[in-house]
Design a protein around this ligand. Structure first.
Ligand SMILES: Cc1ncc(COP(=O)(O)O)c(C=O)c1O
Length: 395
């Protein structure tokens, strides 16, 4: 099948929920992908921060092969060896003591909401409200879209669940004011992804931690997009010297397989007891076997260091573009989640890059988002930059 045939099938049979580019990508290796007509692209989207080890990384392929020969699925009615091991490794590398596994970022966030509510019911006299941030993104289930600080995500889904409100991001005073009698938790992304790659001021997350400690609230970090090495440290919170009580992961954790995880400190996690939450597929042997291989490759293979180094290189080069093109307002981000905010819509630029063989993404309308695999090399970064530079020069 060629691009055209696949596009026709999508148009005729797939639910119409995405604005898609007119190509079907059918094969990938490292930071390169090919469409059904055989055209090659450099991938600076990486499945929106999923393919952090690049496409078809040997360690991921090997783990899929090894585990799929042993056991693909068994129920959570039984103990699951790769699940138990992955939980131990996630705890060993983070602030957390317990992990609940599920299948996506939204589900990990649902688990966080449910755990916070149960904790509030059990220990805080029935507090349930969660305060999150404007321009945040937490998922598309009814509860997570209600917590999401973007009107367009919520439109048309009334009545929405109760118990959520939003305040401006990076505004400690606004958060302090919003916290009320019913508030059980504060919930933010340590760096906002979909909201336009927004890095908060250095004291913001620390201020939230202090506020939570003072008011006996839970602090929840959504690291679905920025976790697993993306920022140049294994978890984004490590940059800020602050630990949450609950953290959610998904995207890069499964190396391309669907997996989500909610991590929590013991004192909070104990509010989940048998029967309070569950998922048929959550933590199944295959995805956890692969998750273990991903985590091992990230922590033992120098990938996170490469991310920090390549991130600095790319950041510097994007700053250079800012000097050359006056319509670029700001370059921001950490590691290999970098955003270039412009005074204009970025969609035409993204389409032109695609045409020239580079997958790039635009978020918050005006922010070009660079999310290459963390394994990216200097030569690939230079190639991508030369495409971006030519495209910007034509605008
Ligand atoms: C910060 C954040 N949280 C949650 C989600 C939702 O994850 P999923 O699409 O896997 O449900 C995303 C997806 O982009 C995200 O960026």
């Amino acid at each position: 099948m060629k691009n055209r045939d696949i596009l026709n099938l999508t148009e005729n049979y797939v639910a119409n929920t995405y604005t898609r580019f007119p190509v079907a990508l059918v094969r990938g290796k490292g930071a390169r992908v090919w469409d059904a007509d055989g055209k090659e692209y450099l991938d600076f989207v990486a499945g929106i921060a999923v393919n952090s080890l690049g496409h078809c990384h040997p360690a991921v392929v090997r783990a899929i092969q090894t585990q799929s020969r042993k056991l693909l699925h068994i129920s959570n009615l039984y103990h699951i060896a790769p699940q138990a091991e992955l939980a131990r490794e996630l705890c060993r590398h983070s602030f957390a003591d317990r992990v609940f596994f599920c299948n996506s970022g939204a589900e990990a966030n649902e688990a966080a909401i449910k755990l916070a509510r149960r904790y509030g019911a059990e220990w805080l006299g029935g507090k349930y409200e969660i305060v999150s941030a404007h321009n945040s993104f937490h998922g598309r289930t009814l509860a997570t879209l209600t917590a999401t600080g973007q009107e367009k995500v919520r439109a048309g889904y009334d009545p929405l669940p109760e118990g959520f409100r939003q305040v401006p991001y990076n505004d400690l005073a606004a958060m302090e004011q919003a916290v009320g009698e019913k508030t059980v938790a504060i919930w933010v992304e340590p760096i906002q992804g979909e909201g336009g790659v927004v890095v908060p001021d250095s004291g913001y997350l620390k201020g939230l931690r202090e506020l939570c400690d003072r008011r006996r609230l839970l602090l929840i970090f959504d690291e679905v997009q920025v976790g697993m090495g993306r920022t140049g440290k294994l978890f984004a919170y490590e940059h800020f010297g602050v630990e949450p009580d609950i953290m959610t992961l998904a995207k890069a954790l499964g190396g391309g397989l669907p997996v989500g995880a909610m991590l929590a400190k013991a004192a909070v996690a104990q509010s989940f007891v048998p029967g309070t939450h569950a998922s048929t597929f959550g933590g199944n042997p295959l995805v956890c076997g692969v998750g273990l291989a991903v985590l091992k490759t990230l922590t033992q293979g120098g990938v996170v260091k490469n991310c920090a180094r390549m991130g600095r290189l790319l950041f510097g080069a994007l700053q250079g573009l800012k000097k050359r093109f006056p319509f670029i307002r700001e370059v921001r981000g950490k590691g290999l989640i970098l955003g270039v905010e412009m005074e204009r819509d970025g969609n035409k630029i993204v389409s032109d890059c695609l045409e020239s063989g580079l997958l790039l993404n635009c978020t918050a309308q005006k922010v070009l988002r660079f999310l290459p695999p963390l394994t990216i090399g200097k030569g690939e970064i230079e190639r991508a930059l030369s495409i971006v530079e030519k495209v910007l020069a034509r605008q």
